[in-house]
Ligand binder design. Structure first.
Ligand SMILES: Cc1cc2nc3c(=O)[nH]c(=O)nc-3n(C[C@H](O)[C@H](O)[C@H](O)COP(=O)(O)O)c2cc1C
Length: 185
């Protein structure tokens, strides 16, 4: 019986188990992922976000954010992004190349209804995120559905590295029907 990381289908399943746990468990390694975008000046930008959804069948993950945050402006200009996770429990590095579309207003209403009250405070701040302020606390949180956005990240390419006694690396592409292939780590 082989270990999950020894086969391409096993690694693929490990990926989605890792992401599903991130959505379900606050203490899971994939709860917090790094989302990298192309900055408005063409340079890289990266930040930590909470993984809010993972749909293996559609090959889509979801993140929630404030509509007025810089990342939203960046993604409107260039919808390509990357997501990185290190799952130390699985010894698995996950790198996702994604195409991001934004859901807001009525399109995000059903998801907003499921966001618990404390988390709603993260979406809606005055002045807008990133605005320079005189004092550290010169801002107000005000949960506002109008500034809530769901970033729907459709996976295009996946790169997985498993660090075991030997290292294994695999690449998967939507364009290839997610058939994986081994790569030199
Ligand atoms: C642990 C942690 C979790 C975070 N989760 C989110 C999140 O789910 N959505 C979000 O927009 N920002 C989240 N943030 C804040 C972002 O990292 C970032 O500071 C903020 O969104 C502004 O980024 P931007 O100016 O690049 O848009 C989180 C920060 C930390 C430290």
């Amino acid at each position: 019986m082989s270990e999950w990381f020894e086969t391409l289908p096993g690694l693929w399943t490990g990926l989605w188990d890792c992401l599903a746990e991130g959505v379900a468990r606050r203490d899971a390694p994939a709860r917090h992922v790094v989302l990298a975008t192309v900055g408005l000046d063409g340079g890289p930008e990266a930040r930590t976000v909470v993984l809010r959804g993972a749909d293996a069948d559609a090959g889509v993950i979801e993140v929630h954010t404030d509509l007025h945050s810089a990342k939203v402006a960046e993604l409107r200009r260039d919808g390509r992004a990357a997501v990185v996770v290190w799952d130390g429990e699985r010894r698995l590095q996950v790198r996702l190349s994604v195409a991001v579309t934004e859901l807001q207003g009525d399109a995000a209403a059903a998801i907003w209804e499921q966001v618990p009250d404390p988390s709603r405070q993260s979406y809606g701040v005055v002045p807008a995120p990133g605005t320079p302020i005189a004092g550290a606390l010169d801002y107000e949180k005000c949960a506002d559905r109008a500034t809530f956005a769901v970033l729907r990240c459709e996976l295009r390419r996946v790169d997985l590295v498993h660090l075991g006694e030997v290292h294994r690396r695999a690449g998967f592409a939507r364009a290839g029907g997610w058939a994986g292939r081994w790569l030199v780590p």
